[in-house]
Design a protein around this ligand. Structure first.
Ligand code: GUN
Ligand code: FE
Length: 452
């Protein structure tokens, strides 16, 4: 078998910097027993031929075929797992009404373990088939089925970061979908953390518990404070929603007389492993607080069209030093695909720059230099996501996990229009035109988890 668990030969794309994509042409990628990239060898290096002759023909040697390319697996920083049951529907109301009319009722059904099993298994398989190797999930308020989601990730080989959602505020949460009490919410969160940390030990790829106050309106001060303390005690990830819609942003200002970013920080909820969804209305002071605490933004460009009444100024936040990754926000975003969200991230940034109706008044023209490139949106979906959660994923680099998607550009049902061998063009065509049919194989931590 040789020293390595797997050796791949082929061409890969991976972010070198925010702006620039590295093209690793015809490299050898040597994967060790732990599922990490131990060595990457360029064709001009001396060892290339020796290693190739050692592995060629072996069962653990994988030579990519003509038209196949390796991309890092995507990192989805924001998925509401129970909302998968209503994905593609219910997008006709603003956030507050949408939560109360559609979303709390569907999430309340996840006390039913059979229903949860069916929906969660389908979701995790679907995300893997869409190239998502790591996902940061909101489950529901139910401890048991939230743990089931973590178990399904463990079983199917996805790197899942899972939160039992906390909603204890009787002023904002309906009776049928609310934690029994603040005390119970904190107790169950702690039990959930301990169970998932145990489960983590039994997996190769890792599953992680996430402290998850839904958002400021749904939580009491005591819950927010207690959750900040639990995250510190167990050194967990944290996730919530921040500055998403006019309504939600305004609510926090009324209650705390400050922006929600600062309120969350007061409760110890902004830190290196914290990810806040949306963040469309961050002021520069809020953004600087994010940058100084290491808090990341989960940019959900499809969902923002429906709920935020705004476009995330992604480039501006990046320039202020904020870490940014991409999220589908299922089901506020209807698509399980981060390819779709890469595309929408580029489109939305362009609209921010020049899409505003100039017939109303010239000063509404938009914000200059807002656009982001395809490579930068790709960075958000991969390397940026990895930095957001402080794990060695999202890049094809030594000491990173072998979390990849192998793209076949020649499948008959979804052949890409490639008529030259320019690898920069091919990268862009994959970004804009690839469909799930083109995702031939998906690997997480050196294990094959999906094949078409
Ligand atoms: N804010 C609080 N809960 C939610 C949710 O489920 N989806 C979105 N998009 N925003 C939220
Ligand atoms: Fe959300």
């Amino acid at each position: 078998m040789g020293k390595y668990a797997h050796v791949f030969q082929g061409t890969a794309f991976s972010s070198k910097t925010f702006e620039e994509v590295d093209i690793l042409k015809d490299y050898l990628f040597c994967i060790n027993e732990n599922g990490l990239i131990e060595k990457m060898i360029a064709p001009e290096e001396e060892q290339y031929v020796t290693l190739l002759s050692e592995y060629d023909g072996k069962e653990n040697f994988h030579r990519l075929l003509e038209g196949e390319y390796i991309l890092p697996g995507f990192i989805d920083l924001h998925v509401h797992a129970p909302q998968w049951a209503q994905a593609g529907t219910a997008l006709d109301l603003p956030l507050y009404d949408w939560l109360n009319t559609y979303t709390f009722p569907i999430e309340s059904k996840f006390s039913d373990m059979n229903f949860a099993q069916t929906v969660y298994e389908d979701l995790v398989k679907t995300l893997l088939a869409n190239g998502t190797t790591t996902a940061l999930y909101f489950a529901s308020i139910h401890k048991e089925s939230s743990l089931l989601l973590a178990q399904i990730c463990a079983q199917l080989g996805q790197r899942g970061l899972v939160g039992k959602v906390v909603m204890d505020n009787p002023d904002q949460c309906p009776n049928y979908y609310r934690d029994e009490s603040t005390e119970m919410a904190l107790k169950e969160t702690e039990e959930f953390i301990i169970s998932v940390q145990e489960l983590h030990q039994q997996t190769k790829q890792g599953v992680y518990p996430v402290v998850t106050p839904r958002f400021i309106p749904s939580c009491t001060d005591e819950a927010l404070k207690g959750l900040g303390e639990l995250a510190a005690k167990y050194n967990t990830h944290i996730q919530s929603h921040c500055s998403e819609s006019d309504w939600q942003h305004g609510y926090a200002i009324e209650r705390f007389h400050k922006h929600d970013a600062f309120a969350l920080n007061d409760f110890g909820l902004l830190q290196e492993k914290a990810v806040m969804a949306h963040c469309n209305f961050l002021a520069d002071e809020d953004a600087k607080l994010f940058a100084s605490t290491g808090t990341a933004v989960a940019h959900c460009p499809i969902s923002n069209v429906f709920f935020s009444n705004g476009v995330l100024p992604a480039r501006h936040l990046h320039d202020l030093g904020v870490e940014i990754g991409l999220g589908t926000d299922i089901s506020g975003g209807f698509s399980p695909s981060l390819f779709d969200n890469v595309r929408q991230a580029v489109i939305a940034a362009r609209m921010l720059e020049e899409g505003v109706d100039t017939t109303i008044s010239a000063d509404k023209r938009g914000v200059a230099s807002s656009r982001i490139t395809t490579s930068e949106a790709f960075y958000f979906a991969t390397a940026g996501g990895g930095e957001a959660i402080s794990l060695p994923v999202g890049r094809i680099e030594e000491n990173y996990a072998w979390d990849v998607q192998i793209i076949n550009t020649t499948v008959p049902a979804a052949k890409l229009p490639i008529f030259n061998n320019d690898l920069e063009d091919i990268f862009q065509k994959i970004m804009y035109l690839a469909r799930p049919e083109n995702i031939q194989q998906v690997w997480v931590q050196g294990e094959k988890v999906h094949e078409r």
